[in-house]
Design a protein around this ligand. Structure first.
Ligand code: SF4
Length: 326
């Protein structure tokens, strides 16, 4: 199957300025050369600790943050090379749902005005068709047409996230990038929004990139999972393979931290020592080596390649064979 979206060697470096002359003295390597495909109808989860570059990846794909290097191929076009006007038009096809629905909705506009604006900006439908579309979409996300005349502050956090989802869906996009869409919500509301997204994914055959720090959320919703560490993808596989056979030491540690209700499934907790290093000064070789219990001299000097270890399962680790035969 042809991918809908191909990310090739994508980098996003933020300059660090210092001194009276405000000279560039270094770079924060938030995203440091990542590759992956997203196939039609699938949900790819991107997981990792806070600061690993997963949100920057989403923003850079959509050029809300300009890429430093690399390609973002969508329908054969490199989004990184489009003019501002071409990119504005392309945003109809790739929509984003943000973590904080309150910050992403204009407090002065009614929900109707917000949804209408998206349709008008992209020149979709006549006045009557737009009205009909908005009334349909608000019900699809579990709200009622009478909610359309209200403002964002009239809603709870969960309802506001439903409105953000409606805003993304109203233009009938081909890809949705959801950046931690439930992490700002109460736990009781999180599952409602996740179930809504799961239903919508099935109903509209959505292609999605779902960014989260929470592996159990990703397990609930995603078909494949990419694990990021310090701006790089260290493991990518279909969900079943990744959860059954986590192969990178970092993924193994993340998975061991998920609470298991079933005693028989409980695993030994692998503790990660130290904090995530600064992306302004990443460790040499394999950037995970200061926290890895298997690290060798080779790991300290040479960055490992992301390589296929079984069908559609890729891992970036020099010692994959040794670790996974133990
Ligand atoms: Fe650990 Fe070395 Fe593998 Fe990096 S390459 S994850 S340091 S064993």
């Amino acid at each position: 199957m042809q991918p809908l979206l191909t990310i090739k060697n994508l980098k996003k470096y933020f300059p660090i300025h210092a001194g009276i002359l405000n000279k560039t003295v270094g770079h924060v390597k938030a995203v440091d050369g990542i590759h992956f495909n997203v196939y039609p109808g699938e949900t790819l989860g991107i997981v990792g600790e806070s600061g690993c570059g997963k949100s920057t990846t989403g923003r850079t794909i959509l050029r809300l943050s300009e890429p430093t290097e690399g390609e973002v191929l969508f329908n054969g076009k490199d989004l990184a090379k489009l003019s501002k006007e071409e990119m504005r038009r392309m945003r109809k096809d790739i929509q984003m749902i943000f973590q904080d629905p309150f910050a992403s909705l204009n407090p002065r506009k009614t929900i109707k005005q917000t949804l209408m604006e998206s349709l008008v900006v992209h020149g979709i439908g006549s006045k009557e068709e737009r009205k009909k579309r908005i009334e349909e979409i608000i019900q699809v996300v579990g709200l009622r047409p009478e909610h359309l005349d209200r403002h964002p502050h009239d809603f709870s956090g969960g309802q506001r996230q439903r409105i953000s989802i409606a805003r993304a869906l109203v233009v009938n996009p081909k890809v949705i990038i959801a950046d931690e869409p439930v992490s700002a919500l109460d736990v009781s509301i999180q599952s409602q929004i996740l179930n809504l997204m799961k239903d919508l994914k099935k109903e509209f055959q959505l292609t999605m990139i779902f960014i989260s720090h929470d592996l159990s959320v990703v397990k609930h919703l995603c078909d494949r999972v990419a694990v990021m560490y310090l701006g790089r993808v260290v493991e990518i596989a279909d969900k079943k393979s990744l959860f059954a056979n986590p192969s990178h030491p970092y993924t193994q540690a993340l998975l061991s931290a998920i609470p298991q209700a079933n005693k028989a499934q409980k695993k030994e907790r692998i503790l990660l020592h130290g904090d995530l290093p600064s992306p302004a000064n990443p460790p040499s070789g394999c950037t995970f080596h200061p926290r890895c219990r298997f690290a060798t001299e080779l790991c300290k000097s040479t960055p490992p390649e992301l390589r296929e270890v079984s069908e559609a399962h890729m891992v970036s680790c020099h010692l994959y064979e040794e670790i996974n035969q133990r």
